[in-house]
Design a protein around this ligand. Structure first.
Ligand SMILES: *Cc1c(COP(=O)(O)O)cnc(C)c1O
Length: 404
């Protein structure tokens, strides 16, 4: 008789975004005349840039001719894309990363969920709290997180590193030594980041205690401040202790197209075994999950036209972010983020939980955001708004919030 992986049963109730969808649908059904503005979900809205569309068309046409047809993609991804990544995202920034350390994938979500398979079942994980929920969820399914307390929303075997206004959202080294440290920088949902010096301290710490940093740089393109690192490999010694995950979703609008990559340096080893060679055997994405057509689109992200067009898209979202931040400040809210990431993180008004504020905003302003508690126990009392809407809708939402 087959047995199931009972770790799946440990996942708490319903996923954050399905609870939100249920509440919004119920409200809309009861109030069909109300126009709801969504500043909640972390999905982009701007169309794919023209330079990328052109590359897609060209690649599609190639698939229709025997001489230019492409079948299964190479395991690590096509050379043309891995070279463009290594040059533009690393070597141009002084990071010594080569194309054979880059693994093209169908996105950072799958990579961030799958990467834990490289590590022992009893590995201890540390996460910033609050953070993107995939890191904890994938470790729950792998059986690493112990038992869940629904009251505190805490897993017994996860090391939480609280990031709140009290510590300026900068995690402190945990008391208990972790094996894996997840760092999402700039952070989803708080929008905050670490200075290069502070990140160097984390790299030194990981090397000292023998931990691996899983560095999620999905929002790297939004970094506007000078003293913030764009890659963990800008830090000395990062190649012996860090894996970096990147995505084309938030900087190039690929949430529906699907493309990302992982960097696993050759120097990253455990008892002589190379993690890079292990990841080359990874399952699930044997042919890396990214089609030829999409990898050509990814290459266009690094063309001069592509770069210029995407810079404009990021600027568009960051104009929204600035408007949200200013508007909320004018309305008397305490706000964070919005400078190096398209996320605004606000404190809920005195006496309101994250979900109280969700209901209040939905019912009184018909604006949908995301309760901070959905990103971890320390997110309680906070709320996330995203800059991915249209400028017009963003301004309209702020007008409504100001009137409350
Ligand atoms: C959106 C997001 C991702 C998802 O990236 P995909 O490439 O679309 O899978 C990864 N990490 C963080 C922190 C994100 O917010």
């Amino acid at each position: 008789m087959f047995q199931i992986n009972t770790n799946y049963q440990k996942l708490p109730g319903s996923y954050l975004f399905s609870t939100i969808a249920k509440k919004v649908n119920a409200y809309s059904a009861a109030n069909p005349d109300k126009k709801i503005i969504r500043l909640g979900i972390g999905d982009v809205t701007q169309p794919i840039a023209p330079a990328i569309i052109e590359a897609l068309h060209k690649a599609v046409d190639e698939m229709g001719h025997a001489e230019t047809f492409h079948g299964y993609a190479p395991d690590l991804g096509y050379d043309f894309l891995r070279k463009a990544i290594a040059q533009n995202d690393y070597r141009d920034r002084g990071c010594d990363i080569s194309e054979d350390e880059i693994f093209v994938s169908d996105g950072a979500k799958s990579d961030s969920a799958n990467i834990q398979e490289l590590f022992a079942a009893d590995s201890k994980i540390a996460v910033c709290d609050p953070v993107y929920p995939v890191y904890v969820d994938s470790n729950v399914m792998a059986g690493r997180t112990g038992t869940y307390d629904p009251k505190t929303e805490i897993w017994s075997d996860v090391i939480y590193m609280p990031c709140t206004a009290d510590n300026h959202f900068v995690p402190e080294f945990p008391k208990e030594t972790p094996d894996l440290i997840y760092l999402c920088l700039p952070n989803n949902p708080t929008g905050t980041t670490l200075t290069k010096d502070k990140l160097q301290e984390w790299v030194d710490y990981a090397n000292r205690v023998g931990a691996v940093i899983i560095y999620d740089g999905a929002y790297e393109a939004y970094i506007s401040e000078e003293n913030v690192a764009h890659s963990v490999y800008e830090c000395d010694g990062a190649k012996t202790c860090a894996i970096e995950l990147k995505s084309f979703s938030k900087n190039a609008g690929f949430t529906g197209v699907r493309l990302g990559y992982a960097v696993v340096p050759k120097e990253l080893k455990c008892g002589g075994v190379s993690l890079r060679d292990m990841w080359a055997r990874r399952h699930g994405t044997k042919f890396n999950g990214a089609p030829y057509i999409v990898q050509r689109a990814g290459e266009a992200v690094y063309s001069p036209e592509g770069k210029a067009q995407l810079k404009e898209q990021v600027a568009y979202y960051m104009k929204n972010a600035a408007a949200i931040k200013e508007g909320l400040k004018d309305a008397g809210y305490t706000v964070f983020g919005g400078v190096n990431a398209p996320y605004i993180w606000l404190k809920t008004p005195e006496g309101m939980t994250s979900w109280d504020f969700f209901d209040y905003l939905l019912e009184q302003a018909n604006v949908v955001g995301t309760p901070g508690s959905g990103f971890g126990p320390s997110g309680e009392g906070y709320f996330r708004l995203t800059a991915f809407g249209t400028y017009e809708n963003t301004l309209a939402a702020l007008e409504r919030i100001k009137k409350l």
